[in-house]
Every structure is written in C-alpha cells, then in structure tokens.
Design a protein around this ligand. Sequence first.
Ligand SMILES: C[S@@+](CC[C@H](N)C(=O)[O-])C[C@H]1O[C@@H](n2cnc3c(N)ncnc32)[C@H](O)[C@@H]1O
Length: 299
Amino acid sequence: MKSVGSPETPPSNHRHRTQHRRLLSVAYQKVSTPTRFLILLVLSFILGYLFHAQPLVSQSAADLLAHSTFLPEKCHNPVPAENVRQTIIDRVFNHTSPWEGFPPKHVSSGGLIFKEWTKGWGSNAPVFEHLIQKAKPKTIIEVGTFLGASAIHMVGLTRQMGLDTQVLCIDDFRGWPGYYDEGKGMQMVNGDVVMLYQFMQNVVRANASDSIMFLPFSTNTALGGLCDWGVYGDLVEVDAAHDFHSAWVDINNAYKVLKPGGILFGHDIVWVGVRKAVEIFARLHGFKIAIDGEHWVLY
Ligand SMILES: C[S@@+](CC[C@H](N)C(=O)[O-])C[C@H]1O[C@@H](n2cnc3c(N)ncnc32)[C@H](O)[C@@H]1O
C-alpha cells in the first residue's frame, strides 16, 4: 500500500503550491522591469516602515540633551545630614575612617609628602563666603578638590559662622597628564603622584579632618555613589576638568545630588567648555547665571 503523499499521488496542498509558483512565475515574466523595480521599492518602503527601530528618546534637541547624562532621573531618598559622614565612611572606607592612623609609616618616614603643600586657583574667592552665608549648608559637595585649598577654606568659613558642616571632596587625586610639572618638588612614586596623601596631610595640618570626607574616584563614579546612597548637598561646587564634555557631565550629575533649594555653582566660567556647558544647562533647566569673580552661580 502506498503511503499518502508519495511522489505518484501528490497531495492536494503540494499541487496547489506548484500551481501558485507557476502562476507567480508567469505573472513575473509579464511584468516589465520598471514595474518590478517599483514593486520592490514599495515593498521595501512598507517593510522599512513596519520594522524600523523605535528611537529611545524623542527627537527634540532639548530631550536629546536631557538624556545625555548618566545618573538615574531620581536619586535615593535622602539620608539625614547628621548621617552623611558615617555613610561615606561605611560605603567608601568599609566602616573605618580614612583619617584614622594617618599618615601611615611608609608615607611619613618615606618623605613622600610635605608638611604642607598646597596650591589652588580662586580657592579663597569671595563667592564661597557669599554662598555659605546664604545657604547655611550642612553638606557641601565639591567636585574637583586638588590639594584641598578651597575645601579647607570652606571649612574655615562654616566654622566661623558656627555651622556644623561636612565638606565632601570628590577627586581622583591624579591631577592631569603633565600635572607633575605643576607639583614642583612633589614625589612621584612608580608613576603615582601621591596627591591623595598630600591632600590628606593638608587637611590634617589645617585641623579640618573632622569636617572633611572624601571620595577618591572619578567624578562620575563618585556622584553616582552619592546618588545611590541618598547623599545630597545644600551647596554643590563643580571645579574638575574644564573641557565641555567633562563639565557637561559633571554639572548634570552634580545637579542630581543637589538638595531642593540648594545652590549649584562652579569655577572658571572663562573656560569656553565650562561656559558652554553652564549656558546650555541653565537654558534647559530655566536657571539664570550669576557671575561672582571667576565663578558661575545658578539661581
Ligand atoms: C582645578 S582642580 C580643583 C581645584 C580646587 N577646587 C581648588 O580650588 O583648590 C581640578 C581637580 O579635578 C580633578 N579631576 C579632573 N577630572 C576629574 C575626574 N574626571 N574625576 C575626578 N577628578 C577629576 C583633578 O584631579 C584636579 O585635582
């Protein structure tokens, strides 16, 4: 007995398919080349329309710019200001204050740091006093600290005003390529410019370690950490790298960890990259820019 669908007795669907193919091939031969081309064009247009990738963001310039930041739209619920210092000690330094036992022996006896060696640019400018007076901050976040000149100055001001303030310093403490020329006389140990230890020494020397905590990471990573942990600043200062892209990311991320009603400001508005970033940011968020010396302040 022959099975159904054997070559001698083609099943009806097989016959249909063969007929279809024949009809299509006849139709194809009857259609002229330009018409074939037109059909292909229309088909590819329809397929393209149906299957095109959806854009992740809407196309307006404002939206594109607003989406070009890295932190989430909303940071974690805020920790109380009195817990900010301990939060950094726990999260960054595994529950032990980095000031404990500083300087370590290999640093103090190895001659790696000066008793005090600092430098800054506009680090004592009047803007700090103006803004601390106005904001009465419990937490200040400084994005770009270098050897601590401006942070130490801010600690002095808050203490003079009787405020109980923590200054959180963000810096990778690497400076920049060629920084070594700037830090004349400073050690370089196997390529490490020893900036973190010199910063810490300057802070200890200024008796400011009770008021300063630091995050020795890239600005992006450190601000991401603060955002995750719910650490916000009443005052946030941006003074890290001054090219447009760095300033743009820093300003956007810094804004995420600014307390509602807090003040965002920064240094070096004369740098084209900084000015461009500040102006775009202010326009997008409806801020005005005040200039205080070399600093910009958003209000
Ligand atoms: C102009 S200095 C800060 C000066 C300081 N505010 C003062 O007035 O004393 C800039 C600092 O930003 C730091 N920096 C630049 N880009 C950085 C980044 N992407 N992440 C972390 N730190 C950065 C450098 O290491 C340098 O110490």
